[in-house]
Design a protein around this ligand. Structure first.
Ligand SMILES: [Ca+2]
Ligand SMILES: [Ca+2]
Length: 237
């Protein structure tokens, strides 16, 4: 019985990569809180990484609580990353948005989550791209932000099928505005709105989660542990 229990515990430890850690998370809130949602930071709240604007868009900070709010549990000084000045209608497909670079060294099974508020005249369709070298970006998933002045919380992008995203110092991803599927024009998020370059996307709770990869020494220790258990079991017999 002891042996079975111990082996079960060791196997559970070996399978610990099934649980996910937060590798990096941006909540965009000032540190320390200053009671002003128009100020914030692009430094991650958890972990290490960089957040940058792509294609010449403008960035600022604005309330993460307004109009229903993001999933950020912070109150009083909850900011989101406000972005605007997207491409003119019919131009610049997939060229404007935001980029996050996060090393996934020591991790596998990468999952991205984020909250995003669409303004009425912002691009309805948001494309998530990933990069394995920090330079070339590959289209992965398109989300439909089919409402204006509305937060779409807990967008989930599961990259566990992309082995190259594991254990990669150059991992990065983008969320960019893209034309409505099958067309060469942006759709407005509001069904009654018209797409415009002044439309805004406001990000919050951008989170990269992944499973820690056990070090080779950990495997060696576990194997050694199994061997000792075997010896102990044989001695008892
Ligand atoms: Ca602030
Ligand atoms: Ca926030």
């Amino acid at each position: 019985m002891f042996r079975k229990t111990a082996i079960a515990l060791l196997l559970a430890a070996a399978g610990s990569h099934a649980h996910a850690d937060i590798v990096a998370q941006w909540n965009f809130n000032s540190v320390p809180a200053d009671g002003n949602t128009a100020t914030g930071t692009l430094i991650p709240f958890v972990g290490v990484g960089t957040a940058s604007r792509i294609g010449g868009i403008a960035g600022s900070f604005a309330s993460g609580d307004a109009t229903g709010g993001s999933s950020d549990p912070a109150t009083g000084d909850d900011s989101g990353w406000q972005t605007t000045t997207y491409a003119a209608q019919g131009t610049g497909d997939k060229t404007r948005g935001v980029q996050f670079a996060v090393s996934t060294v020591g991790f596998s099974d990468v999952v991205i989550n984020y909250d995003l508020r669409h303004s009425n005249t912002s691009s309805r369709y948001e494309l998530v791209q990933y990069s394995l070298d920090g330079a070339n970006f590959i289209d992965f998933l398109t989300f439909d932000g089919n409402a204006g002045d509305n937060w779409f919380n807990a967008r989930t992008v599961d990259l566990s099928s992309i082995a190259g995203a594991d254990n990669n110092a150059d991992f990065a991803f983008r969320v960019v505005a893209t034309f409505a599927p099958g067309t060469s024009a942006y759709a407005a998020s509001s069904a009654t709105g018209t797409y415009g370059t002044a439309g805004t996307w406001r990000f919050d709770m951008v989170t990269v989660s992944a499973a820690p990869v056990p070090e080779p020494e950990t495997y060696a220790l576990m194997l050694a542990g199994l061997g000792l258990i075997g010896v102990a079991a044989r001695r008892r017999k």
